[in-house]
Design a protein around this ligand. Sequence first.
Ligand code: NZQ
Ligand code: ZN
Length: 395
Amino acid sequence: MTFWKEVEDMNNFAFHVPTDIRFGRDQIQCLPEELGKLGKKILLVYGGGSIRKTGLYDRIRSLLQDFEVYELPGIEPNPKLSSVEKGREICREKKIDAILAVGGGSVIDASKHIAAAACYEGAPWDLVLDRSLVKDALPVAVVLTICATGSEMNSGAVITNENTSEKLEINTPLLYPRLSICDPTYLYTLPAKQTAAGCVDILSHAMEQYFQPNDGAYITDALSEAVMKTVVRYAKKAMEEPEDYEARSNLMWASTIGLNHLLTVGKGGAWSVHPMEHVVSAFYDITHGVGLAILTPAWMEYVLSEGTAHRFARFAREVFGVTEPDDMRAACLSVEKVRDFNRSLGMPEHLLEAGVPDDRLEEMASEAVRTSGLSTRAYVKLGKEDVLKIFASCR
Ligand code: NZQ
Ligand code: ZN
């Protein structure tokens, strides 16, 4: 375990996010006009049926009556490569112009991968293993129904290869959605558990970008703090009062800002908890936010040291209002604050509670290190033995 030396200056950066966001009540009215700019033959991609129950499906079909619409329902949480392959076949056979993803991260990510795979001759998984092979992609538009991943305004797509138990990200500028409709009232029907998991994910995205070895990007850190405070302020409220527009709208925008590159500009480095969680959800198909809730406090405890205490202390003070003046004591309190927050949302604290036994921890630790920058570019560089200890502490 090695702590990366702090660098003082904000890193140079480029920032270009081409997604047209339409945020607020009934913004879906713009769909025919805006989608029409992308084409007439549409592949409508959605999940296991929530949009049919909520009436959103009917609304969209009636808005799209002048389009030629084909459907790919049934995208599963932690979307699988086989779904991408199905989507690609439809795109090719029907000569689809654009993809409309209606759902959350899983539906959007599958749609992005389908969009790239439709323009590629080889196997879709090649694109995940080597993103430079993505030379073109169909345009993707989004109607967001759960706020968590930020996929609605970023260029990443996380896909699980069920044959190899790998869950990896493909990330290239060609995958930015062209349009994302974010209506907070679509979140009203979210079950409390999904609301909670989404909030943990948003918090984690901000933390991954905040805990990086660069103290000079003050403004970027302050934006992260605003996102994290928003989650802490509204998560419970959204669970208890699902139709509270203030809570839903603030969380929805927090999720978008949380992972649209704004919180990473001027900083840099690899993420820590996400690569560990992706292996857990690849092996055991658990909800992403649940895995993050279990692993985050364990990671914090493990990397907390004299070298990192000042940043954990700032996090404790700015996000949780801790007033303890001593850095190390404030830093330790930050771990407790995150645990308490997760508990307040009803999140499990141990892997076993989430259905993850402890017989493959070593294999998972190797995978997490192999498939990420954990050992080379993370805030605190972690090797396989470190990751194994973190997993073991979550048993
Ligand atoms: O499938 P349906 O029936 O639609 O139900 C979904 C699903 O079961 C349900 N749901 C969504 N909106 C609803 C609703 N139920 C009722 N009312 C609504 N309005 O919620 C369940 C979870 O949906 P999912 O899309 O899986 O959630 P989320 O947005 O959290 O996405 C998780 C996936 O995204 C990946 C995760 O690893 C995971 O595979 N991530 C993607 C990222 C990215 N592209 O940038 C970054 C993240 O760190 C993350 O890794
Ligand atoms: Zn995430």
